[in-house]
Ligand binder design. Structure first.
Ligand code: XMP
Length: 523
């Protein structure tokens, strides 16, 4: 596997985040990038040599669940603080800085969780420059710094936390017990900006237009006259990856769009309209209609994980066959994005569902290399690149759609009849939500087909039909979510249209469950 993108190729300056297991490490990187400074998250075990080679302009140590005084807690080398690179320690990172440099960390007599009023003791601090006194910050800690290391001064405190912030400005070492990356820290964005610009001296060169140009040049160098294949799903990531590649290598790229018959209503045609011969881009576009193959493979299967595995595997087989037809393809293009990289590289979590993502194919066919041009970008950056590349708004702003498609929004066996029901109900729901103007606030919303049939009355007759479930969630990271309170009139209009217009449905339910305990998708 190759990383076409590495930071030296795409950014002149970077901030390194060392992850100690904090919940908000991705947020730190996003906040820094919002300030136009490129930022990468790496495990806390990254070697000093690797850090020297990366030559970051600054290093941020994240929070984490450990206590620095426990024996096997994650730590870092004290030499890190002697590299001459500015360091900002956050929460656990601040305690680690204090501990390794000779300060004292203890269990706090009173833990602090949530929004806390913080008194600024040093308004002349570069980190706290322009911050109100007092200011509201997000605290979440059971340990605290009881005594700062020699050469440090206290720059902020709370009634129960004597060191809410500390610094040794001459060594460019800064620390906050609170979390500046969390929006509840009202001026956290300003503090991070102060660190990145005032302390680290960054210029703010991370711009998506530059990224596009640099990536296109790097892709051209890498692929030369070779041929590449892209699995295009019509989702944001694979669409942006395809267009970037096509700008770099033109007709040396072939995009394969597998229509598995589990797409949303008219979606296949919409994707073909943008990328096919009539579309805006001059691409080698292959649309494979594999509906029958998928429906046959799914016949009689009701267990969710089996459904997912079958859909994933069929997809690969179809894709493999197409790749063979094209022949002599060296590079496989994937739309992997940065959260996938961070999660697969750093996380250690249980499998709740085996995700199938057309942007996440294994290297099953004999490709020389895998090319992932978006592996350094967050989702909102991918969307920005999409806009730079002229992709239509409705594609750029599309809500996520899972690789197994409607297959996991139909509980129980998937049949052609059920796919049609859920497609039609979902199209009505999306139309009504879009008309109401609330869609921009929602993380994801869709209709699913329950496996439940119930009795109803229509005209003067009895019906025994399916129940549709509507779901709408508020989420920014899709790891947790809460059910959205949709306006009642939107739900009523949608319900009445679904039961009137979709044959086979006589009841509509609204899913009020958050994640956890439920997941966003039904299977
Ligand atoms: P869950 O259902 O796990 O979903 O709460 C979280 C987010 O992931 C999407 N999702 C998938 N995306 N392949 C994908 O590409 C998959 O197999 C898959 N399963 C769930 C889901 O739509 C939501 O945005």
């Amino acid at each position: 596997m190759t990383n076409i993108a590495n930071h030296a190729k795409v950014a002149d300056e970077m901030i390194l985040v060392l992850d100690f297991g904090g919940q908000y490490n991705q947020l730190i990187a996003r906040r820094v990038r919002e300030d136009h400074v490129y930022c990468e998250v790496h495990p806390s075990t990254l070697s000093l040599d690797a850090i020297r080679e990366m030559a970051p302009k600054g290093i941020i140590l994240t929070g984490g669940p450990n206590s620095v005084y426990k024996k096997d807690s994650v730590t870092c080398s004290p030499e890190l603080f002697k590299l001459g690179i500015p360091v900002l320690g956050i929460c656990y990172g601040s305690q680690l800085m204090a501990h390794l440099l000779g300060g004292k960390v203890e269990t706090a007599p009173t833990s602090e969780y949530g929004k806390t009023e913080v008194e600024i003791d040093a308004p002349d601090s570069l980190l706290l420059s322009g911050v109100d006194h007092p200011t509201i910050c997000w605290m979440s800690h059971t340990d605290y710094i009881a005594a700062v290391p020699e050469g440090f001064r206290v720059t902020a405190h709370t009634p129960v936390c004597p060191v809410a912030a500390m610094e040794n400005a001459s060594r460019k070492l800064y620390a906050t017990q609170f979390h500046p990356e969390v929006l509840h820290t009202v001026q956290g964005k300003l503090m991070l900006k102060n660190f990145v610009y005032n302390v680290c001296g960054c210029q703010g060169t991370w711009q998506m237009g530059d990224f596009v140009q640099k990536t296109i040049t790097a892709l051209r160098e890498k692929i030369g006259t070779g041929r590449a294949l892209c699995a295009l799903s019509g989702g944001v990531d694979s669409s942006v990856a395809a267009v970037l590649l096509s700008k770099a290598i033109g007709k040396q790229l072939t995009c394969v769009f597998v229509d598995h018959g589990l797409l949303r209503k008219d979606e296949g045609d919409q994707v073909a309209a943008v990328f096919g011969p009539e579309g805006t881009y001059d691409l080698n576009f292959v649309r494979v209609n594999a509906k029958d193959r998928f429906y046959t493979a799914l016949k009689g299967v009701t267990e969710p994980e089996r459904k997912r595995k079958i859909i994933g595997e069929e997809f690969i087989r179809v894709f493999e066959a197409e790749a063979k037809k094209i022949g002599a393809v060296d590079y496989l293009v994937q739309g992997t994005i940065y959260p996938d990289v961070i999660e697969s590289g750093l996380g250690n979590s249980a499998t709740i569902k085996s995700h199938h993502n057309v942007g996440g194919l294994p290297d099953y066919v004999d490709f020389k290399e895998i090319v992932e041009p978006l592996r350094l970008l967050f989702k909102d950056e991918v969307r920005e690149v999409g806009r730079e590349l002229g992709l239509p708004d409705y594609l750029v702003n599309r809500q996520p759609f899972p690789g197994p498609g409607l297959g996991i929004r139909i509980i129980g066996e998937v049949t052609e009849e059920k796919v049609k029901i859920v497609q039609d109900a979902d199209a009505i729901y999306r139309e009504e939500v879009a008309k109401s103007g609330v869609s921009a606030k929602l993380g994801q919303y869709f209709a699913a087909l329950t496996n439940m049939r119930s009795v109803g009355v229509m005209g003067d007759g009895r019906t025994y039909d399916y129940a549709i479930a509507l779901r709408a969630v508020l989420t920014s990271d899709f790891m947790t979510a809460e059910s959205a309170q949709l306006p009642w009139d939107v739900l009523q209009r949608t319900t009445s249209r679904i039961v009137n217009e979709v044959k086979g449905v006589n009841r509509v339910l609204y899913d009020c469950t958050g994640k956890p305990p439920a997941t966003i998708e039904f299977e």
